[in-house]
Every structure is written in structure tokens, then in C-alpha cells.
Design a protein. Sequence first.
Length: 174
Amino acid sequence: MGVSEPVETTNLDRYGNEPLPWSRAHERLKVDLSKISTAAFLSTTRPDGRPHAAGIGALWLDEDLYFTSGPGTRKSRNLAANPACVYSVRLEGLDLVVEGEAARVTDGATLERAAASYDQDGWPARVDGDALTAPFSAPSAGPPPWYLYRIGIHTAVGVATVEPYGATRWRFRD
């Protein structure tokens, strides 16, 4: 599935800077999401319409954005009712906000690749049925097992925090 090149790029910069290339965000996602120090948040909508946000550890794998969450957490319950979500992350030199829909991943091959990638990054995840487990996880993930979700990216907005500066919106094919 993966996110490739955007189908539309819009320059949001009001200071005369050129639009940022998607390749800049793409490269930072590949590098920075493997660092435990990369702060990221997932925003979902509660059934009553109120917003909810939680810190998450994300994974860039096979050109897609993944995260884990326990089935009983607020974010998982929200996504079961409404898969629309927003992922926000501070990458090196670029603040990025991604809008899309989260879908639970249950196929064994993807779960195995995700577990191996998480393990390589320092979280000893392994596949347990149609979910992941490990000796520990972030407190916001809830108890194991943890579901794996893929965010289908529709739109992303990047604001550069180092030169070359700029602000850009990228739209992707649904």
C-alpha cells in the first residue's frame, strides 16, 4: 500500500520559501521513528465528538506508518468507532502532521516484519496470534496484547524548523 509521491503539493509558506519536497519528510520518517526520543502523538475522536490525544511510538515500515495500542485503551476504542485520526510528530528539522484513517493489521507477514523492526529499534516485540506482545510497553499502550494499526495517509503538512525553511501540504491518493 505505502505512501509514494503526493498527487498534490501546496506551498503554505508566506515568506517566499519554496515548497518542501515530500522526500524530506519521507527520509526523516524513516530515520527518526526508530529513535525512542522522537515525540509523537495520535489524536482520535471519542464517540461523543470530544477529541482525545495520546503519545505513541510509531514505526515507518514498508512505506507505511504503524503504531500499537491495547484493545481496551481509549484510542483503540475511539478508532473502532471512527478510524479517522491525526498523527503529529517532531522530526529532526521538520514538524509533521499526518491526517488519515487507522486500520488494524492482522496479517501474519506484516506483524512479523513489524515485530522484527520494533525489536531492532529496542522494543523486544513478538507476534502473539493476531497482535504483538513484549515484556513491557509504554504505559499508554495498555496491557498486552497490543494491536498493530496502519495509518492510511490522506494528507500531511510539514513545517521546516531548520533551513531551508518552508511549509507545505501534501495530498496522497486514497
